[in-house]
Write a protein that binds this ligand. Structure first.
Ligand code: ADP
Ligand code: MG
Length: 321
């Protein structure tokens, strides 16, 4: 380990929250953790590579935020309470300013969820960020993909397609995704792409009501396809019911907006199924969190994901393995 790496790790260590379930954090060969009795560990990992998962010119703050956000979103989809994470950093050079800004973004989100950074690895190489996030859930309470039941409603949180809309505008040269803009609709979409909000609290509340859940990272149809495949059921989606932001509809128009909502990834909303008699309870939860949820379809016997809209059945059938 070089001297530069040492100061870098020291800087990172100074930023993280303390938790009383950490016996040893950053600084030894490995971290030593004390999980709560009767809780199950929930563990997930996600890597972001420059130029693949974010434009190379993305500000360090946003990279820090999103690196953690995508992992917290996986914990949210499991109904887990975040606890600890590790961070593997591959950096082309150890720029102090870059690290500080990255840490600002990373810890802004980490502190919101009381998740502690307990270790990691630092290497020289192409810019790549890899987080392993750990959470806890009471025995048997986790939200899984394979528990959807015939007759369930299908729900999604928030709005869909915003992140994909921002990417489209960027590819068309209409939006610089790496710099703030004063145009409100553009800025709304840009922030949805760069600073997704993991739905951690919703995931925790859903443990009491939902049968199955997944976070939307690859697009609604693809991710709902995982629930259908794992649960051995058919998912029917009403394309006219998809929640879309005014910004998305305004900037892309109806058809492209719907396309983004159905297929676009990177929204990090939750898609979940629940029995029809839970509707009132779910609306109550959504209201108390100030986070809209929308019923977009039903679970039936069969397989695959099928969409219908006012143009009639789309004929689109998505089968995910
Ligand atoms: P080792 O060589 O034994 O794996 P290192 O010298 O790589 O240990 O790391 C020293 C300590 O710093 C360890 O506790 C490790 O988890 C932590 N660490 C290294 N890189 C990071 C990082 N990017 N973020 C957080 N902790 C880190
Ligand atoms: Mg060691």
């Amino acid at each position: 380990m070089s001297l530069a790496e040492f100061t870098l790790i020291d800087r990172i260590r100074a930023r993280t929250v303390e938790r009383d379930d950490i016996v040893l954090g950053i600084g030894d060969d490995a971290a030593l953790l004390q999980p709560r009795p009767n809780e199950q560990l929930v563990v997930t990992a996600d890597t972001l590579n420059s130029g693949v998962h974010f434009p190379a010119e993305t500000p360090a703050f946003d990279i820090g935020w999103k690196t953690l956000a995508v992992n917290l979103s996986d914990l949210a989809a499991m109904g887990a309470r975040p606890a600890w994470c590790t961070l593997a950093l591959s950096l082309p050079e150890a720029s102090e300013d870059w690290i500080e800004a990255f840490a600002d973004g990373f810890f802004a989100l980490a502190d919101q969820h009381d998740i502690a950074l307990i270790g990691g690895d630092t290497t020289r190489g192409p810019l790549s960020l890899s987080v392993t996030a750990m959470g806890q859930v009471s025995r048997g309470q986790a939200l899984r993909r394979d528990r959807a039941q015939i007759g369930d409603d299908i729900w999604v949180s928030g709005t869909l397609g915003d992140a994909a809309g921002a990417l489209r505008l960027w590819q068309q040269g209409a939006l610089n995704v790496t710099a703030a803009t004063l145009l409100a609709d553009y800025e709304t979409l840009r922030l949805r792409l760069l600073r997704p909000t993991p739905r951690v609290t919703l995931g925790l509340r859903l443990r009491a009501f939902a049968h199955a859940a997944v976070d939307i990272s690859d697009g609604l149809l693809a991710d709902l396809g995982h629930i259908a495949a794992r649960s051995g059921v058919r998912a029917e989606v009403d394309a006219d019911a998809l929640p879309m932001s005014a910004a998305l509809r305004e900037l892309l128009g109806r058809d492209a907006a719907r396309e983004c909502a159905l297929h676009g990834g990177d929204d990090y909303e939750l898609c979940f199924t629940a029995a029809a008699d839970q509707r009132d309870a779910l609306h109550f939860v959504a209201e108390s969190l100030d986070l809209p949820i929308t019923r977009i379809g039903r679970i039936m016997e069969g397989q695959g994901v099928h969409t219908e809209g006012h143009d009639g059945p789309s004929g689109y059938e998505h089968f995910a393995g």
